[in-house]
Design a protein around this ligand. Structure first.
Ligand SMILES: *[C@@H]1O[C@H](CO)[C@@H](O)[C@H](O)[C@H]1NC(C)=O
Ligand SMILES: *[C@@H]1O[C@H](CO)[C@@H](O)[C@H](O)[C@H]1NC(C)=O
Ligand SMILES: CC(=O)N[C@H]1CO[C@H](CO)[C@@H](O)[C@@H]1O
Length: 498
């Protein structure tokens, strides 16, 4: 799913050209609309109530947004910020003690999914030593791009470098929504974030700094944090996860597994990563059919058409879907697993925050890079449809039940709370940091960026209770998990060789 740098440039140039057009249009139209803007601004209050109502109706997101657009079509400039902020969105409330449970005798909490246990593993390197300010600042050596500081429930961000597209924007937006969801319940904290693809913190470093990013790997110490796409990826027209998860689920119900094309499907950018270049060789040709149907994303066309041809909810048409890493992990994993198809996972080297909860042969079929292991997997599934459907069903159930946005927020809540307990100093606002609020983030945003923010804004009045964090793995448990993974891979290899 990682677009090439070229796509970024293309997007930017489209934006620039669009900007010129809007600028000219504004000069022409300016004389007519300025009077309207002023009257729209006077009606702002009523408008905000109206938007809040629209957000609460539970209608499909695109419909809600069309309503917002219609309501505000005349006041882009005046109401641009106001229009995504429902009534009652004040500044963040000050730190408050947690509200007492309604009935202390009856704990309302549920257990978190098992993959939350990896939080303890990711933080283990600092368990004994704690984290000093100097240790944290060591993350600058590893290219930290921004620093997130939470003080009394308020969010401060210091910027050290650029992130591709709006990765940083939607990551910070997600943290901001977390602070709203659990107002007054997150401790003060100070962390470094790198928004690039590859984990880098060397396990052999004498004082390894904690560094958050979107994925980790066995040989590195980077801490896995939910990626931006859970709040949407506007440049690729990928909707926020909660909405897309529902759409995929509906699409699954409409196309039964047995009616799907009995081949393995992959579509993406084949130029990132050797594994993807290898995969291209497995495409069907006149000489050979490895049961793989592989499509390269045509970025030029897709960018021009707003990625309409890559609607993820319409890509669950095959019985098998391949997952192949790009430069690092790929955000496509959750969309593939959600399909109800059998996921053929080509030996991953990286993990994101949830993928360590997946069990081979239970949630997916592990494949080696070779074409013949893809062919074997598809032949096996087509001759064992009952077992194949169980694997596909387990994966989509995992995604639909254990990877809801509630769980994503709870994962962030527990990861950040456990992390904060390791700090050996009292965080303060670092040099160069500015406070980030819903208003400051929304300012100047338009189009999909604005829509996705409105669609993922957390309801402040909610009194959600985080799930209960499971205990750390024992060393034997970790060992048996590792063994089980290796055994499953070996099992498949023996079947292939028979
Ligand atoms: C916000 O929370 C209130 C109270 O729990 C609830 O009635 C309302 O439906 C929620 N709105 C949304 C959009 O979830
Ligand atoms: C794979 O083969 C199909 C069918 O011939 C073709 O449509 C598709 O473009 C090929 N994919 C790539 C990446 O060449
Ligand atoms: C881990 C998991 O979800 N396993 C389930 C896979 O699906 C079968 C059949 O529906 C269940 O029996 C397993 O519990």
């Amino acid at each position: 799913m990682q677009p090439p740098a070229k796509a970024g440039r293309l997007t930017r140039s489209l934006v620039v050209n669009g900007g010129v057009f809007i600028f000219i249009a504004a000069i022409v139209a300016g004389a007519f609309v300025s009077a309207y803007w002023i009257s729209a601004s006077a009606r702002g209050r009523a408008g905000l109530q109206r938007v809040a109502t629209v957000l609460d109706t539970g209608r499909p997101m695109h419909q809600k947004f069309r309503n917002i657009e219609q309501h505000y079509h005349g006041c882009r400039q005046v109401c641009r910020v106001a229009s995504i902020i429902p009534a009652g969105w004040g500044p963040l409330p000050p730190q408050q003690p947690p509200a007492p449970a309604p009935d202390a005798a009856e704990p309302a909490t549920t257990a978190c999914p098992a993959y939350f246990r990896w939080i303890h593993e990711d933080l283990r390197p600092w368990r004994a030593t704690g984290i000093t300010r100097e240790t944290l600042e060591g993350a600058r050596r590893y290219g930290a791009k921004f620093r997130v500081t939470v003080l009394a429930g308020r969010l401060y961000v210091a910027r050290y470098g650029r992130c591709f597209q709006t990765r940083d924007v939607f990551t910070q937006w997600g943290i901001l929504q977390l602070l709203r969801r659990y107002a007054g319940r997150l401790p003060d904290l100070d962390l470094m974030f790198n928004c690039q693809d590859l984990p880098v913190v060397n396990a052999g470093d004498h004082a390894p700094p904690p560094l958050f990013r979107y994925c980790g790997s066995e040989p590195t110490l980077d801490i896995a944090f939910p990626d931006w796409s859970f709040w949407g990826w506007p440049e690729l027209n990928i909707k926020p996860w909660e909405a897309l998860r529902r759409e995929i689920s509906e699409a699954n119900a409409a196309l039964d597994w047995t009616r799907r094309t009995p081949y393995a499907y992959w579509k993406g950018n084949p130029t990132v990563g050797a594994a993807r270049r290898e995969l291209l060789k497995c495409n069907v040709s006149r000489e050979r059919d490895w049961n793989a149907r592989i499509y390269a994303q045509d970025w030029r066309t897709e960018v021009r058409d707003g990625f309409r041809a890559s609607d993820l909810a319409k890509q669950c048409t095959h019985r098998y879907k391949m997952y192949v890493e790009g430069r690092g992990w790929s955000v496509s994993e959750k969309y593939i697993l959600a399909c109800d198809s059998v996921a053929l996972v080509v030996r991953p080297r990286f993990h994101d925050f949830f993928s360590r909860g997946l069990v081979p042969l239970r949630h997916y079929w592990p494949v080696r890079g070779q074409c013949r292991s893809i062919k074997f997997a598809v032949d096996w599934g087509n001759s064992h449809p009952v077992q194949a459907r169980v694997i596909g069903g387990n994966a989509s159930r995992f995604v639909q039940e254990e990877l809801t946005m509630d769980n994503v927020y709870d994962y962030m809540f527990h990861l950040l709370s456990e992390y904060a307990r390791l700090l050996r100093y009292k965080p303060t606002v670092p040099g160069g940091a500015v406070e980030v609020t819903v208003q400051s983030m929304a300012r100047g945003r338009r189009g999909l960026e604005r829509e996705f923010m409105a669609g993922t804004a957390v309801n402040v009045s909610g009194s959600a209770e985080p799930c209960e964090l499971p205990s750390p793995f024992g060393s034997e448990e970790l060992e048996s998990l590792r063994r089980r993974k290796a055994d499953a891979a070996r099992q498949v290899e023996t079947w292939e060789e028979r």
